[in-house]
Design a protein around this ligand. Structure first.
Ligand SMILES: Cc1cc2nc3c(=O)[nH]c(=O)nc-3n(C[C@H](O)[C@H](O)[C@H](O)COP(=O)(O)O)c2cc1C
Ligand code: SF4
Length: 517
Protein backbone atom coordinates (compact mmCIF):
# COMPACT_ATOMS: atom_id res chain seq x y z
CA UNK A 1 0.00 0.00 0.00
CA UNK A 2 1.53 3.28 -1.11
CA UNK A 3 2.33 5.52 1.81
CA UNK A 4 1.61 2.96 4.50
CA UNK A 5 2.42 4.46 7.90
CA UNK A 6 4.72 1.94 9.60
CA UNK A 7 4.01 1.22 13.26
CA UNK A 8 7.63 1.75 14.41
CA UNK A 9 7.42 5.30 13.03
CA UNK A 10 4.68 6.05 15.59
CA UNK A 11 6.89 7.02 18.51
CA UNK A 12 4.27 7.62 21.21
CA UNK A 13 0.83 6.41 22.19
CA UNK A 14 -0.46 9.82 21.08
CA UNK A 15 1.04 9.25 17.61
CA UNK A 16 -0.63 5.84 17.48
CA UNK A 17 -3.97 7.32 18.50
CA UNK A 18 -3.69 10.09 15.91
CA UNK A 19 -2.97 7.58 13.20
CA UNK A 20 -5.91 5.40 14.28
CA UNK A 21 -8.14 8.50 14.23
CA UNK A 22 -6.93 9.38 10.72
CA UNK A 23 -8.11 5.94 9.56
CA UNK A 24 -11.58 6.50 11.03
CA UNK A 25 -11.56 3.19 12.93
CA UNK A 26 -12.34 2.26 16.50
CA UNK A 27 -9.18 0.85 18.08
CA UNK A 28 -8.82 2.10 21.64
CA UNK A 29 -5.72 1.62 23.75
CA UNK A 30 -4.35 2.39 27.19
CA UNK A 31 -1.63 4.98 27.83
CA UNK A 32 0.71 2.86 29.90
CA UNK A 33 1.83 -0.74 29.80
CA UNK A 34 0.71 -2.04 33.18
CA UNK A 35 3.02 -4.44 34.98
CA UNK A 36 2.34 -7.05 37.66
CA UNK A 37 -1.03 -7.42 39.27
CA UNK A 38 -2.16 -4.08 37.88
CA UNK A 39 -2.30 -5.60 34.42
CA UNK A 40 -5.65 -6.93 33.30
CA UNK A 41 -3.66 -9.48 31.30
CA UNK A 42 -2.30 -11.01 34.49
CA UNK A 43 -5.74 -11.84 35.83
CA UNK A 44 -7.00 -15.42 35.75
CA UNK A 45 -10.29 -16.33 34.14
CA UNK A 46 -12.84 -16.85 36.84
CA UNK A 47 -16.30 -18.28 36.57
CA UNK A 48 -15.30 -20.92 34.02
CA UNK A 49 -12.86 -23.80 34.20
CA UNK A 50 -11.37 -26.08 31.59
CA UNK A 51 -10.76 -29.62 32.78
CA UNK A 52 -11.14 -28.28 36.33
CA UNK A 53 -8.41 -25.67 35.76
CA UNK A 54 -8.76 -21.94 35.89
CA UNK A 55 -6.86 -20.33 33.01
CA UNK A 56 -4.13 -18.37 34.81
CA UNK A 57 -3.91 -15.25 32.64
CA UNK A 58 -5.38 -13.55 29.60
CA UNK A 59 -3.18 -14.47 26.69
CA UNK A 60 -3.26 -17.54 24.49
CA UNK A 61 -0.93 -19.10 21.95
CA UNK A 62 -2.96 -19.59 18.79
CA UNK A 63 -2.82 -22.82 16.85
CA UNK A 64 -0.22 -22.63 14.09
CA UNK A 65 0.19 -25.45 11.62
CA UNK A 66 3.69 -26.90 11.33
CA UNK A 67 5.54 -27.92 8.20
CA UNK A 68 8.36 -29.73 9.91
CA UNK A 69 7.09 -33.01 11.33
CA UNK A 70 7.93 -36.46 9.97
CA UNK A 71 6.10 -37.66 6.88
CA UNK A 72 4.11 -40.01 9.11
CA UNK A 73 2.85 -37.11 11.21
CA UNK A 74 5.27 -37.44 14.15
CA UNK A 75 7.54 -34.93 15.89
CA UNK A 76 11.04 -33.76 14.95
CA UNK A 77 13.52 -31.59 16.83
CA UNK A 78 12.07 -28.53 15.12
CA UNK A 79 8.57 -29.32 16.34
CA UNK A 80 9.93 -30.02 19.84
CA UNK A 81 11.76 -26.69 19.87
CA UNK A 82 8.60 -24.82 18.91
CA UNK A 83 6.51 -26.47 21.64
CA UNK A 84 9.22 -25.66 24.16
CA UNK A 85 9.06 -22.00 23.15
CA UNK A 86 5.26 -22.03 23.45
CA UNK A 87 5.69 -23.34 27.00
CA UNK A 88 8.19 -20.58 27.75
CA UNK A 89 5.77 -17.93 26.48
CA UNK A 90 3.95 -17.68 29.79
CA UNK A 91 0.56 -17.97 28.09
CA UNK A 92 -1.83 -19.99 30.22
CA UNK A 93 -3.95 -21.15 27.28
CA UNK A 94 -2.00 -22.93 24.58
CA UNK A 95 -3.47 -24.52 21.48
CA UNK A 96 -1.01 -27.39 21.58
CA UNK A 97 1.45 -25.89 19.25
CA UNK A 98 -0.43 -26.50 16.10
CA UNK A 99 -3.23 -27.95 14.04
CA UNK A 100 -3.19 -31.74 13.78
CA UNK A 101 -4.80 -33.61 10.91
CA UNK A 102 -7.36 -36.18 12.06
CA UNK A 103 -6.22 -38.48 9.27
CA UNK A 104 -3.27 -38.49 6.87
CA UNK A 105 -5.20 -37.41 3.75
CA UNK A 106 -6.37 -34.27 5.62
CA UNK A 107 -2.89 -32.76 5.92
CA UNK A 108 -2.20 -29.33 4.46
CA UNK A 109 1.39 -30.44 3.89
CA UNK A 110 3.20 -33.79 4.06
CA UNK A 111 4.97 -32.77 7.30
CA UNK A 112 1.96 -31.76 9.37
CA UNK A 113 1.31 -33.59 12.65
CA UNK A 114 -1.30 -36.34 12.42
CA UNK A 115 -3.24 -37.34 15.52
CA UNK A 116 -3.36 -41.12 15.23
CA UNK A 117 -2.57 -43.97 17.59
CA UNK A 118 0.80 -44.38 15.92
CA UNK A 119 1.83 -40.85 16.95
CA UNK A 120 0.53 -40.96 20.53
CA UNK A 121 3.98 -41.21 22.06
CA UNK A 122 5.26 -38.18 20.15
CA UNK A 123 2.24 -36.07 21.08
CA UNK A 124 2.59 -37.02 24.74
CA UNK A 125 6.25 -36.05 24.60
CA UNK A 126 5.46 -32.67 22.99
CA UNK A 127 2.99 -31.91 25.73
CA UNK A 128 5.56 -32.89 28.37
CA UNK A 129 8.17 -30.61 26.79
CA UNK A 130 5.73 -27.70 26.80
CA UNK A 131 4.72 -28.26 30.42
CA UNK A 132 8.31 -28.68 31.59
CA UNK A 133 9.41 -25.47 29.88
CA UNK A 134 6.50 -23.61 31.44
CA UNK A 135 7.17 -25.01 34.89
CA UNK A 136 10.87 -24.14 34.80
CA UNK A 137 10.14 -20.51 34.10
CA UNK A 138 6.81 -19.84 35.80
CA UNK A 139 6.54 -22.48 38.55
CA UNK A 140 2.92 -23.47 38.49
CA UNK A 141 1.20 -25.43 35.76
CA UNK A 142 -2.07 -25.90 37.66
CA UNK A 143 -3.49 -22.98 35.70
CA UNK A 144 -2.03 -23.95 32.31
CA UNK A 145 -4.58 -25.25 29.80
CA UNK A 146 -3.47 -27.09 26.66
CA UNK A 147 -5.62 -27.99 23.68
CA UNK A 148 -5.00 -29.72 20.36
CA UNK A 149 -6.58 -28.28 17.24
CA UNK A 150 -8.20 -31.00 15.11
CA UNK A 151 -8.42 -30.39 11.39
CA UNK A 152 -9.00 -31.64 7.90
CA UNK A 153 -7.60 -29.27 5.29
CA UNK A 154 -10.29 -29.89 2.67
CA UNK A 155 -9.71 -27.59 -0.29
CA UNK A 156 -6.10 -26.98 0.75
CA UNK A 157 -4.93 -30.58 1.21
CA UNK A 158 -1.40 -31.39 0.10
CA UNK A 159 -0.85 -34.60 2.06
CA UNK A 160 1.74 -36.32 -0.11
CA UNK A 161 3.74 -33.75 -2.03
CA UNK A 162 4.50 -30.16 -0.99
CA UNK A 163 3.59 -28.97 -4.46
CA UNK A 164 0.63 -31.20 -5.34
CA UNK A 165 -2.85 -30.20 -4.25
CA UNK A 166 -5.26 -33.02 -3.47
CA UNK A 167 -8.37 -31.04 -2.58
CA UNK A 168 -11.55 -32.54 -1.14
CA UNK A 169 -14.33 -29.97 -0.92
CA UNK A 170 -17.75 -29.42 0.61
CA UNK A 171 -19.17 -27.94 -2.61
CA UNK A 172 -18.11 -26.60 -6.01
CA UNK A 173 -16.98 -22.97 -5.76
CA UNK A 174 -17.27 -20.60 -8.74
CA UNK A 175 -13.96 -18.81 -7.98
CA UNK A 176 -11.86 -21.06 -5.74
CA UNK A 177 -12.19 -24.30 -7.75
CA UNK A 178 -9.89 -22.98 -10.45
CA UNK A 179 -7.31 -21.69 -8.00
CA UNK A 180 -7.14 -24.93 -6.01
CA UNK A 181 -7.41 -27.48 -8.78
CA UNK A 182 -10.93 -28.73 -8.17
CA UNK A 183 -12.00 -30.13 -11.50
CA UNK A 184 -14.78 -32.63 -10.86
CA UNK A 185 -17.67 -33.56 -8.57
CA UNK A 186 -15.71 -36.60 -7.43
CA UNK A 187 -13.71 -34.23 -5.21
CA UNK A 188 -16.87 -33.28 -3.28
CA UNK A 189 -17.41 -35.26 -0.06
CA UNK A 190 -20.36 -37.63 -0.08
CA UNK A 191 -22.54 -37.71 3.04
CA UNK A 192 -21.32 -41.18 3.94
CA UNK A 193 -17.69 -40.04 3.64
CA UNK A 194 -18.54 -37.17 6.00
CA UNK A 195 -19.94 -39.67 8.50
CA UNK A 196 -16.65 -41.58 8.41
CA UNK A 197 -14.74 -38.34 8.86
CA UNK A 198 -16.80 -37.49 11.96
CA UNK A 199 -15.64 -40.78 13.45
CA UNK A 200 -12.04 -39.72 12.83
CA UNK A 201 -12.63 -36.53 14.86
CA UNK A 202 -14.14 -38.58 17.68
CA UNK A 203 -11.18 -40.99 17.60
CA UNK A 204 -8.71 -38.08 17.54
CA UNK A 205 -10.41 -36.53 20.59
CA UNK A 206 -9.89 -39.82 22.43
CA UNK A 207 -6.18 -39.78 21.60
CA UNK A 208 -5.97 -36.16 22.74
CA UNK A 209 -7.53 -37.11 26.07
CA UNK A 210 -5.26 -40.14 26.45
CA UNK A 211 -2.12 -38.06 25.99
CA UNK A 212 -3.27 -35.40 28.46
CA UNK A 213 -4.77 -32.55 26.42
CA UNK A 214 -7.32 -30.51 28.37
CA UNK A 215 -9.43 -29.76 25.32
CA UNK A 216 -9.72 -30.26 21.58
CA UNK A 217 -10.43 -27.40 19.23
CA UNK A 218 -12.67 -28.37 16.33
CA UNK A 219 -11.26 -26.14 13.62
CA UNK A 220 -13.94 -24.28 11.64
CA UNK A 221 -11.85 -21.49 10.15
CA UNK A 222 -9.74 -20.21 7.26
CA UNK A 223 -11.43 -22.08 4.41
CA UNK A 224 -10.44 -25.50 5.75
CA UNK A 225 -12.99 -28.26 5.50
CA UNK A 226 -15.36 -27.64 8.40
CA UNK A 227 -15.33 -23.90 7.76
CA UNK A 228 -16.26 -24.60 4.17
CA UNK A 229 -19.17 -26.72 5.37
CA UNK A 230 -20.50 -23.73 7.34
CA UNK A 231 -20.90 -21.97 3.99
CA UNK A 232 -22.29 -24.98 2.09
CA UNK A 233 -25.54 -23.25 1.13
CA UNK A 234 -25.57 -24.86 -2.31
CA UNK A 235 -24.82 -28.40 -1.12
CA UNK A 236 -27.73 -30.85 -1.25
CA UNK A 237 -28.32 -33.45 1.46
CA UNK A 238 -28.04 -33.48 5.20
CA UNK A 239 -24.85 -31.38 5.54
CA UNK A 240 -25.84 -28.54 3.22
CA UNK A 241 -28.51 -25.87 2.77
CA UNK A 242 -30.06 -24.78 6.08
CA UNK A 243 -28.02 -23.42 9.02
CA UNK A 244 -28.95 -26.55 10.93
CA UNK A 245 -27.60 -28.82 8.21
CA UNK A 246 -24.43 -26.78 7.68
CA UNK A 247 -23.61 -27.04 11.38
CA UNK A 248 -24.55 -30.72 11.55
CA UNK A 249 -20.94 -31.90 11.48
CA UNK A 250 -20.09 -29.94 14.64
CA UNK A 251 -23.18 -31.28 16.42
CA UNK A 252 -22.33 -34.85 15.44
CA UNK A 253 -18.68 -34.53 16.46
CA UNK A 254 -19.67 -33.16 19.87
CA UNK A 255 -22.32 -35.86 20.31
CA UNK A 256 -19.86 -38.53 19.20
CA UNK A 257 -17.20 -37.38 21.68
CA UNK A 258 -19.71 -37.33 24.52
CA UNK A 259 -21.30 -40.66 23.53
CA UNK A 260 -17.86 -42.29 23.58
CA UNK A 261 -17.52 -41.40 27.27
CA UNK A 262 -14.64 -39.02 26.58
CA UNK A 263 -14.66 -36.19 29.12
CA UNK A 264 -12.32 -33.93 27.18
CA UNK A 265 -13.45 -30.29 26.93
CA UNK A 266 -14.32 -28.85 23.55
CA UNK A 267 -13.38 -25.59 21.87
CA UNK A 268 -14.16 -24.24 18.42
CA UNK A 269 -12.11 -21.83 16.34
CA UNK A 270 -14.15 -20.28 13.56
CA UNK A 271 -13.92 -17.65 10.89
CA UNK A 272 -16.64 -15.37 12.19
CA UNK A 273 -16.88 -13.52 8.90
CA UNK A 274 -15.59 -13.81 5.40
CA UNK A 275 -15.29 -11.80 2.20
CA UNK A 276 -14.95 -12.70 -1.45
CA UNK A 277 -11.47 -13.96 -2.49
CA UNK A 278 -8.96 -11.23 -3.35
CA UNK A 279 -6.13 -11.15 -5.92
CA UNK A 280 -3.31 -8.74 -6.83
CA UNK A 281 -4.58 -6.00 -9.10
CA UNK A 282 -3.22 -7.06 -12.54
CA UNK A 283 -3.15 -3.43 -13.71
CA UNK A 284 -0.77 -2.49 -10.91
CA UNK A 285 1.34 -5.67 -10.75
CA UNK A 286 4.75 -5.88 -12.40
CA UNK A 287 7.25 -8.71 -12.68
CA UNK A 288 8.83 -8.87 -9.25
CA UNK A 289 6.15 -6.66 -7.66
CA UNK A 290 2.75 -7.86 -6.48
CA UNK A 291 -0.05 -5.36 -6.99
CA UNK A 292 -2.47 -4.24 -4.28
CA UNK A 293 -5.32 -6.61 -3.45
CA UNK A 294 -8.65 -6.24 -5.19
CA UNK A 295 -11.73 -8.47 -4.98
CA UNK A 296 -12.09 -11.16 -7.62
CA UNK A 297 -14.88 -10.45 -10.11
CA UNK A 298 -18.04 -11.75 -8.47
CA UNK A 299 -20.62 -10.39 -10.90
CA UNK A 300 -21.31 -13.91 -12.20
CA UNK A 301 -21.99 -15.44 -8.78
CA UNK A 302 -24.55 -13.21 -7.12
CA UNK A 303 -26.20 -13.77 -4.75
CA UNK A 304 -22.95 -15.08 -3.29
CA UNK A 305 -23.96 -18.31 -1.56
CA UNK A 306 -20.47 -19.73 -1.09
CA UNK A 307 -19.38 -18.47 2.29
CA UNK A 308 -20.20 -17.99 5.97
CA UNK A 309 -20.63 -14.59 7.60
CA UNK A 310 -20.51 -12.77 4.26
CA UNK A 311 -23.15 -10.49 2.76
CA UNK A 312 -24.63 -12.51 -0.13
CA UNK A 313 -25.67 -9.41 -2.05
CA UNK A 314 -22.42 -7.53 -1.58
CA UNK A 315 -19.68 -10.03 -0.68
CA UNK A 316 -17.08 -7.36 0.01
CA UNK A 317 -18.98 -6.83 3.28
CA UNK A 318 -19.53 -9.16 6.17
CA UNK A 319 -22.85 -10.21 7.69
CA UNK A 320 -22.87 -11.46 11.29
CA UNK A 321 -26.41 -12.85 11.40
CA UNK A 322 -25.31 -16.49 11.33
CA UNK A 323 -22.13 -15.71 13.26
CA UNK A 324 -24.26 -14.91 16.29
CA UNK A 325 -26.37 -18.01 15.73
CA UNK A 326 -23.20 -20.07 15.61
CA UNK A 327 -21.95 -18.61 18.90
CA UNK A 328 -25.32 -19.47 20.48
CA UNK A 329 -25.08 -22.98 19.10
CA UNK A 330 -21.60 -23.46 20.54
CA UNK A 331 -22.84 -22.39 23.95
CA UNK A 332 -25.79 -24.78 23.70
CA UNK A 333 -23.47 -27.63 22.78
CA UNK A 334 -21.32 -27.01 25.82
CA UNK A 335 -18.35 -25.71 23.85
CA UNK A 336 -16.16 -23.94 26.40
CA UNK A 337 -13.76 -21.86 24.31
CA UNK A 338 -14.76 -19.93 21.21
CA UNK A 339 -11.75 -18.67 19.33
CA UNK A 340 -12.70 -16.02 16.78
CA UNK A 341 -10.77 -15.58 13.55
CA UNK A 342 -11.75 -14.49 10.05
CA UNK A 343 -11.49 -15.23 6.34
CA UNK A 344 -8.69 -17.36 4.95
CA UNK A 345 -4.92 -16.96 4.56
CA UNK A 346 -5.28 -18.59 1.12
CA UNK A 347 -7.80 -16.31 -0.54
CA UNK A 348 -8.10 -13.10 1.50
CA UNK A 349 -5.06 -12.95 3.81
CA UNK A 350 -5.42 -9.24 4.58
CA UNK A 351 -8.57 -9.84 6.63
CA UNK A 352 -7.22 -12.96 8.35
CA UNK A 353 -3.63 -11.95 9.09
CA UNK A 354 -3.17 -8.17 8.65
CA UNK A 355 0.40 -7.53 7.49
CA UNK A 356 2.59 -4.77 6.10
CA UNK A 357 4.31 -7.19 3.72
CA UNK A 358 2.40 -9.79 1.69
CA UNK A 359 3.14 -13.51 1.50
CA UNK A 360 4.41 -14.64 -1.92
CA UNK A 361 0.97 -15.84 -3.03
CA UNK A 362 -0.78 -12.74 -1.69
CA UNK A 363 -0.99 -9.08 -2.67
CA UNK A 364 0.07 -5.70 -1.32
CA UNK A 365 -2.25 -4.58 1.49
CA UNK A 366 -5.45 -3.07 0.06
CA UNK A 367 -6.05 -1.17 3.33
CA UNK A 368 -4.00 -0.07 6.29
CA UNK A 369 -3.52 -3.37 8.20
CA UNK A 370 -4.80 -1.63 11.34
CA UNK A 371 -8.20 -1.57 9.65
CA UNK A 372 -8.04 -5.38 9.53
CA UNK A 373 -6.98 -5.57 13.19
CA UNK A 374 -9.82 -3.27 14.25
CA UNK A 375 -12.34 -5.24 12.15
CA UNK A 376 -11.57 -8.46 14.01
CA UNK A 377 -11.46 -6.77 17.42
CA UNK A 378 -14.83 -5.13 16.84
CA UNK A 379 -16.44 -8.34 15.62
CA UNK A 380 -15.25 -10.16 18.75
CA UNK A 381 -16.69 -7.31 20.78
CA UNK A 382 -20.07 -7.77 19.10
CA UNK A 383 -19.97 -11.51 19.75
CA UNK A 384 -19.07 -10.79 23.37
CA UNK A 385 -22.09 -8.52 23.69
CA UNK A 386 -24.25 -11.16 22.09
CA UNK A 387 -23.25 -13.90 24.51
CA UNK A 388 -23.31 -11.62 27.52
CA UNK A 389 -26.49 -13.27 28.70
CA UNK A 390 -24.68 -16.61 28.67
CA UNK A 391 -21.49 -15.85 30.50
CA UNK A 392 -19.20 -12.88 30.28
CA UNK A 393 -16.00 -12.27 32.16
CA UNK A 394 -14.79 -8.70 32.54
CA UNK A 395 -12.28 -6.75 34.54
CA UNK A 396 -14.04 -4.00 36.39
CA UNK A 397 -12.10 -0.86 35.39
CA UNK A 398 -12.29 0.80 38.78
CA UNK A 399 -10.82 -2.30 40.39
CA UNK A 400 -7.86 -2.81 38.13
CA UNK A 401 -5.38 -1.91 40.78
CA UNK A 402 -3.15 -4.07 42.88
CA UNK A 403 -6.05 -6.02 44.27
CA UNK A 404 -8.07 -6.12 41.10
CA UNK A 405 -10.29 -9.08 40.53
CA UNK A 406 -12.02 -10.27 37.45
CA UNK A 407 -15.71 -10.41 38.00
CA UNK A 408 -18.45 -11.87 35.93
CA UNK A 409 -20.67 -9.22 34.48
CA UNK A 410 -23.67 -11.33 35.37
CA UNK A 411 -24.38 -14.54 37.11
CA UNK A 412 -26.11 -16.55 34.46
CA UNK A 413 -25.01 -20.03 33.56
CA UNK A 414 -23.30 -21.08 30.39
CA UNK A 415 -19.64 -20.64 29.82
CA UNK A 416 -18.03 -19.45 26.63
CA UNK A 417 -14.52 -18.10 26.95
CA UNK A 418 -13.80 -15.84 23.98
CA UNK A 419 -10.35 -15.64 22.37
CA UNK A 420 -9.68 -12.81 19.91
CA UNK A 421 -7.18 -12.96 17.04
CA UNK A 422 -5.03 -10.84 14.72
CA UNK A 423 -3.24 -8.63 17.25
CA UNK A 424 0.31 -9.13 15.97
CA UNK A 425 0.27 -6.21 13.54
CA UNK A 426 -0.14 -3.86 16.52
CA UNK A 427 3.54 -4.42 17.33
CA UNK A 428 4.70 -1.94 20.05
CA UNK A 429 1.09 -1.07 20.82
CA UNK A 430 -0.12 -4.64 21.23
CA UNK A 431 -0.03 -4.52 25.07
CA UNK A 432 -1.77 -1.13 25.12
CA UNK A 433 -4.68 -2.37 22.99
CA UNK A 434 -4.76 -5.80 24.66
CA UNK A 435 -5.07 -4.24 28.09
CA UNK A 436 -7.97 -2.08 26.95
CA UNK A 437 -9.99 -4.82 25.29
CA UNK A 438 -9.58 -7.27 28.16
CA UNK A 439 -10.23 -4.66 30.84
CA UNK A 440 -13.41 -3.59 29.09
CA UNK A 441 -14.72 -7.06 28.36
CA UNK A 442 -14.39 -6.84 24.57
CA UNK A 443 -12.77 -10.26 24.72
CA UNK A 444 -11.70 -12.66 27.46
CA UNK A 445 -8.36 -13.59 25.98
CA UNK A 446 -5.79 -12.21 23.56
CA UNK A 447 -4.70 -14.86 21.06
CA UNK A 448 -1.19 -14.48 19.66
CA UNK A 449 -0.14 -16.02 16.37
CA UNK A 450 2.86 -14.61 14.51
CA UNK A 451 4.10 -12.62 17.48
CA UNK A 452 4.66 -15.91 19.25
CA UNK A 453 6.98 -17.16 16.51
CA UNK A 454 9.04 -13.98 16.65
CA UNK A 455 8.82 -13.09 20.34
CA UNK A 456 7.20 -15.83 22.44
CA UNK A 457 7.52 -13.94 25.73
CA UNK A 458 6.14 -10.62 24.52
CA UNK A 459 3.19 -10.44 26.88
CA UNK A 460 5.12 -12.11 29.70
CA UNK A 461 7.69 -9.30 29.41
CA UNK A 462 4.94 -6.73 29.25
CA UNK A 463 3.27 -8.07 32.38
CA UNK A 464 6.46 -8.85 34.33
CA UNK A 465 8.54 -5.79 33.43
CA UNK A 466 6.27 -3.37 31.62
CA UNK A 467 8.81 -3.12 28.79
CA UNK A 468 9.38 -4.98 25.52
CA UNK A 469 12.50 -6.10 23.66
CA UNK A 470 12.01 -4.24 20.43
CA UNK A 471 14.40 -6.33 18.38
CA UNK A 472 12.11 -9.36 18.65
CA UNK A 473 8.83 -7.65 17.72
CA UNK A 474 7.15 -9.26 14.69
CA UNK A 475 7.06 -6.75 11.84
CA UNK A 476 4.65 -8.85 9.77
CA UNK A 477 7.17 -9.66 7.05
CA UNK A 478 5.08 -12.77 6.26
CA UNK A 479 8.13 -15.02 5.83
CA UNK A 480 6.50 -17.56 8.15
CA UNK A 481 3.77 -17.87 5.50
CA UNK A 482 5.87 -17.43 2.36
CA UNK A 483 8.34 -20.17 3.37
CA UNK A 484 5.81 -23.02 3.63
CA UNK A 485 3.91 -21.82 0.57
CA UNK A 486 7.16 -22.52 -1.27
CA UNK A 487 7.87 -25.89 0.28
CA UNK A 488 10.21 -24.67 3.07
CA UNK A 489 9.75 -25.15 6.79
CA UNK A 490 7.90 -22.40 8.60
CA UNK A 491 9.37 -20.14 11.26
CA UNK A 492 10.34 -16.56 11.87
CA UNK A 493 13.25 -16.33 9.45
CA UNK A 494 14.01 -12.63 9.95
CA UNK A 495 14.03 -12.51 13.77
CA UNK A 496 14.63 -16.00 15.11
CA UNK A 497 18.34 -16.76 14.72
CA UNK A 498 17.58 -20.49 14.52
CA UNK A 499 16.17 -20.01 11.00
CA UNK A 500 18.62 -17.33 9.91
CA UNK A 501 21.38 -19.93 10.27
CA UNK A 502 19.66 -22.47 8.00
CA UNK A 503 20.18 -23.02 4.25
CA UNK A 504 16.46 -22.31 3.76
CA UNK A 505 17.16 -18.69 4.69
CA UNK A 506 18.96 -17.99 1.41
CA UNK A 507 16.39 -19.92 -0.62
CA UNK A 508 13.59 -17.87 0.89
CA UNK A 509 15.40 -14.65 0.05
CA UNK A 510 15.61 -15.67 -3.61
CA UNK A 511 11.94 -16.68 -3.74
CA UNK A 512 10.84 -13.36 -2.23
CA UNK A 513 12.94 -11.42 -4.69
CA UNK A 514 11.48 -13.24 -7.67
CA UNK A 515 7.85 -12.59 -6.72
CA UNK A 516 8.26 -9.13 -5.23
CA UNK A 517 6.76 -10.08 -1.86
C1 LIG B 1 2.66 -19.91 10.09
C2 LIG B 1 1.22 -19.83 10.51
C3 LIG B 1 0.47 -20.98 10.62
C4 LIG B 1 -0.86 -20.91 11.02
N1 LIG B 1 -1.58 -22.06 11.17
C5 LIG B 1 -2.82 -22.02 11.72
C6 LIG B 1 -3.52 -23.21 12.03
O1 LIG B 1 -3.05 -24.30 11.79
N2 LIG B 1 -4.73 -23.10 12.60
C7 LIG B 1 -5.32 -21.91 12.86
O2 LIG B 1 -6.42 -21.86 13.39
N3 LIG B 1 -4.66 -20.76 12.57
C8 LIG B 1 -3.44 -20.79 12.02
N4 LIG B 1 -2.77 -19.62 11.77
C9 LIG B 1 -3.41 -18.33 12.04
C10 LIG B 1 -3.02 -17.80 13.41
O3 LIG B 1 -3.47 -18.66 14.41
C11 LIG B 1 -3.59 -16.38 13.63
O4 LIG B 1 -4.99 -16.42 13.58
C12 LIG B 1 -3.13 -15.38 12.60
O5 LIG B 1 -1.74 -15.48 12.39
C13 LIG B 1 -3.49 -13.96 13.02
O6 LIG B 1 -2.99 -13.68 14.30
P1 LIG B 1 -1.64 -12.84 14.51
O7 LIG B 1 -1.95 -11.46 14.02
O8 LIG B 1 -1.37 -12.90 15.98
O9 LIG B 1 -0.59 -13.50 13.71
C14 LIG B 1 -1.45 -19.67 11.32
C15 LIG B 1 -0.67 -18.51 11.21
C16 LIG B 1 0.65 -18.58 10.82
C17 LIG B 1 1.44 -17.32 10.72
S1 SF4 C 1 8.34 -14.16 9.71
FE1 SF4 C 1 8.58 -13.38 11.80
S2 SF4 C 1 8.42 -11.17 11.63
FE2 SF4 C 1 7.62 -12.06 9.75
S3 SF4 C 1 5.43 -12.27 10.06
FE3 SF4 C 1 6.31 -14.20 10.61
S4 SF4 C 1 6.70 -14.04 12.79
FE4 SF4 C 1 6.40 -11.98 12.06
Amino acid sequence: MAGLVRIPSLKTVADFRNHVASLGIELPCEDQVAAGNASPLAQPISGATINAKRIGNRWAIQPMEGWDGTTTGGATDEVRRRWQRFGESGAKLIYGGEAMAVRPDGRANPNQLVITGQNKKDLAELREILIRAHKERYGSTDDLVIGFQLTHSGRFCKPNDKFRMEPRVAFRHPILDKKFNVTGDGQVWTDSEVEQLIECYVAAAKIAWDVGADFVDIKHCHGYLLHEFLGAHTRPGKYGGSFENRTGILREIVEGIRASGNRIEIGVRFSAFDLIPFKPDPALSQPGKLGPGIPEDFSHCLPYRYGFGVNANNPVEYDLTETFQFADLCAQLGVKILNVSAGSPYYNPHIQRPAAYPPSDGYQPPEDPLVGVARQINVVRQIAERVKSLNRLTVQPEKAGADSTIQRSNDSTGGLILVGSAYSYLQEYLPHVAQYVVRNGWTDMIGLGRMTLAYPTMLADSVEKGVLEKKFICRTFSDCTTAPRNGLISGCYPLDKYYAAKPEFQKLKEIKKSVGA
